[in-house]
Write a protein that binds this ligand. Structure first.
Ligand code: 5AD
Ligand code: SF4
Length: 348
């Protein structure tokens, strides 16, 4: 697909054309990687973060927030839930900390999780930018997939969303993605959709960026304004929520047409703008859902954006609602499977 063809798809607005785009993407998914959805239990194990991204509610300078870090026992309780319920894998996600205490703790957790589940549970990490040696240590300890969003592939826009300092370097982020590949991970990245200052051309370039980086997995969702962040002041320039939602679905569908064999997540942010947003994304080409396993007492502190769903649900409730919907839509869940990116295996 050319850049202008991508822009054309992202600019569709007629209900019939949208319906056709989603259906086409779903058909490409089904014929390439099948119609299964894989579940990853999401464990937000710490909201402590050394970064100051302008859009994010858990940024370092937000002091209106209690900081927490789960104990090993609490992480293992969430792991136990995911494993017993035959989720094939978990995602360990946190704010970014670069201390030796933090990185060795993750190594220890990886060993514990692998031992606890007889090596059965797949583990994805989402713990930010780290030195290549740390990525290697974690890979050796059992992590095999890593998520690190580029947030936007446009350098200029990147610096409207982040302070321009060595803690928030566009080039360092690009390098980190390359290092993760070199260390052997399946690599996931992603962007936010509907950001202030963002154009449909930027988004088309994001999709082409995923393709040129030969990425294995993508997670992207609508930008959601958070009142305790600097970017909030630009909220008047945002697309209305329903348009941001629609644009996100178009991004998912167009990416599926562009990269038929990768894993694409139906993200939680979609669910904020529509109660069945994740399920709709699955029917528009996504194949991964990450139910939140974080314990209710900690969830309210992991508000990267406001109105994050399921704050008062426990993992069991959100799981059963989700499964019911998927069943009703005729979608199979890949229980007990890691659900690796087929792209990764095709490429290597
Ligand atoms: N709206 C939407 N997504 C956000 N993220 C952080 N803050 C927001 C927000 N306000 C996303 C970023 C980050 C991921 C963990 O959450 O893309 O990489
Ligand atoms: Fe920290 Fe990630 Fe939020 Fe940036 S987006 S402030 S790195 S948790």
């Amino acid at each position: 697909m050319t850049r202008s063809q991508i822009i054309e798809k992202l600019s569709l607005s007629e209900p019939v054309s949208l319906k056709n785009l989603y259906a086409e993407a779903n058909a490409v998914k089904t014929s390439t990687i099948g119609n299964k959805v894989y579940l990853r239990g999401l464990i937000e194990f710490s909201n402590i973060c050394g970064k100051n991204c302008y859009y994010c509610g858990i940024r370092r300078e937000n002091q209106a927030l209690k900081r927490y870090e789960l104990s090993d026992e609490e992480v293992l309780a969430a792991v136990d839930f995911a494993w017993k319920n035959r989720y094939g894998s978990v995602v360990l996600q946190s704010g970014e900390q670069q201390s030796a205490r933090f990185t060795s703790r993750i190594t220890r957790l990886l060993h514990k999780i692998k031992a606890y589940t007889n090596n059965e549970l797949g583990i994805t990490l989402s713990c930010g930018e780290q030195a290549a040696a740390i990525y290697r240590e974690w890979f050796t300890a059992g992590a095999h997939r890593y998520l690190l969003r580029i947030e936007t592939s446009n350098r200029e826009l990147f610096y409207k969303l982040h302070p321009n300092d060595d803690k928030h370097s566009f080039d360092a982020r690009l390098d980190a993605i390359g290092q993760l590949r070199a260390e052997g991970y399946q690599v996931g990245t992603g962007v936010m959709i509907g950001l202030p200052f963002q154009t449909v051309e930027h988004l088309a370039d994001d999709l082409l960026f995923f393709q040129s980086m030969n990425i294995d997995m993508v997670g992207m969702g609508p930008y959601l304004e958070h009142s305790q962040t600097p970017l909030y002041q630009h909220r008047r320039h945002l697309l209305p929520p329903e348009k941001r939602f629609e644009l996100s679905l178009k991004m998912v569908a167009t990416l599926r047409l562009l990269m038929p064999d990768i894993n694409i997540a139906a993200t939680t942010a979609l669910q904020v703008l529509h109660p069945e947003g994740r399920e709709m994304a699955v029917l528009a080409g996504a194949n991964i859902i990450m139910p939140n396993m974080t314990l209710p007492e900690h969830r309210s502190y992991y508000q990267i954006y406001e109105h994050k769903p399921d704050i008062n649900d426990d993992a069991t409730v959100s799981k059963s609602k989700l499964e019911q919907y998927l069943r009703d839509a005729g979608i199979t869940v890949g229980y007990g499977e890691w659900g690796d990116s087929q792209h990764f295996h095709h490429e290597r």
